[in-house]
Write a protein that binds this ligand. Structure first.
Ligand SMILES: [Zn+2]
Ligand SMILES: [Zn+2]
Length: 338
């Protein structure tokens, strides 16, 4: 089969690879229905994260189970399944505390931009849908695999409550779905920071009530003006840079909460600023597996349409163009069909 390999900065290739096989008795093999390019894939693509030689890519996936190892009890061949980018057994203490993305047996999925994928710890990692979903639901179900689950965690970790005023920093797919998640959790006012018209429009469709186009300290000032100089109850940091982290912290009221779900690149926090900022901080790799049953339900019942974040769809063989379009900000997120 052919699969996606990153060789170096902006050098993505779709080339012949060995087919994955069942290696452990707890594995499943998935025939990928749809997969996609993640914002986090752009860090190594842009050369901002060193590579250890040619690297297989892709960690967002859904599809039909082709085969399972002999220890797999809950997942069966023929089922349509969605899984997280982090595998989990769902039985260790970290899983039981609600952090399957820190499972003591965690592995990160890295080969999903391919027609066939091996998923370790299949019983803990995968969630089946009742029956095979219709084609129009696939983008939204795929979104649950990472960007929706991560946006949901951003809102949950920022303690979004009914009636809250919420700030979302970052207008990538995760930020946009952070808006959708905050709306679902009952936020009254949702301020999205974005200076790109198509993303502003989608943010409004997902529930944003205000858009702030200014960035950095000017952005913080605008948000202070909008909140009587007090700041927001909850801020969702969905980028991972120093600037976005400080925007989130500085725009949050005393006693408010800041979540951070973008993989940090060069973020350093000053102890004094944290001390006097008086905010709750919570973030990390999103425990997507914990939210999957609820998110799948919301999608299947037509309550949410997170798949709208995919504004470009390509055959998997054109994956390189999918990366390019996101790198040049011509696309928010690229969906790929094997
Ligand atoms: Zn991702
Ligand atoms: Zn675990």
């Amino acid at each position: 089969m052919r699969a996606t390999i990153l060789y170096g900065p902006r050098d993505i290739r779709f080339e012949e690879c060995d087919e994955p096989k069942i290696l452990e008795s707890t594995d499943a093999l998935i025939r990928i229905a749809v997969t996609c390019v993640c914002g986090s894939d752009l860090w190594p693509y842009r050369g901002l994260q060193p590579l250890d030689g040619p690297t297989p890519m892709g960690h967002e996936y859904c599809g039909v189970v082709e085969d399972v190892g002999r220890a797999v009890k809950l997942i069966k061949p023929g089922q349509f399944v969605i899984g997280s980018f982090a595998t989990s057994d769902n039985t260790c203490p970290n899983c039981e505390y609600g952090y399957p993305s820190s499972c003591v047996h965690r592995e990160f999925i890295t080969r999903a931009q391919a027609p066939l994928l091996r998923v370790p710890l299949a019983d803990g990692t995968l969630v089946p849908t009742p029956g095979i979903p219709s084609d129009d639901l696939l983008p939204s179900l795929l979104a649950a695999s990472d960007v929706l689950g991560t946006g949901w965690f951003a809102a949950d970790a920022a303690n979004v409550k009914p009636g809250a005023t919420v700030l979302v920093v970052g207008d990538g797919a995760v930020g946009l779905l952070g808006v959708l998640s905050a709306k679902q959790m009952g936020a009254e006012r949702i301020i999205a920071m974005s200076c790109h018209a198509p993303r502003q429009k989608l943010a409004r469709e997902f529930g944003a009530t205000d858009i702030v186009a200014e960035r950095g300290e000017a952005g913080v000032e605008r948000i202070m003006d909008m909140t009587r100089g007090i700041g927001v109850d909850s801020a969702l940091e969905c980028v991972g840079t120093q600037e976005s982290m400080m925007q989130a912290i500085h725009a949050t009221r005393r006693g408010g909460s800041v979540s951070y779900v973008g993989i940090p690149h060069g973020v350093e926090l000053d102890g004094q600023a944290l001390f006097f900022g008086h905010v709750h901080l919570h973030g990390g790799p999103a425990p997507v597996r914990k939210y999957l049953p609820k998110l799948i339900d919301l999608v299947l019942n037509g309550k949410i349409k997170p798949g709208k974040v995919f504004d470009l769809e390509l055959p998997l063989a054109q994956v390189a163009e999918g990366y390019r379009a996101m790198d040049e900000r011509r696309a928010i997120k690229t969906l790929l069909r094997p």
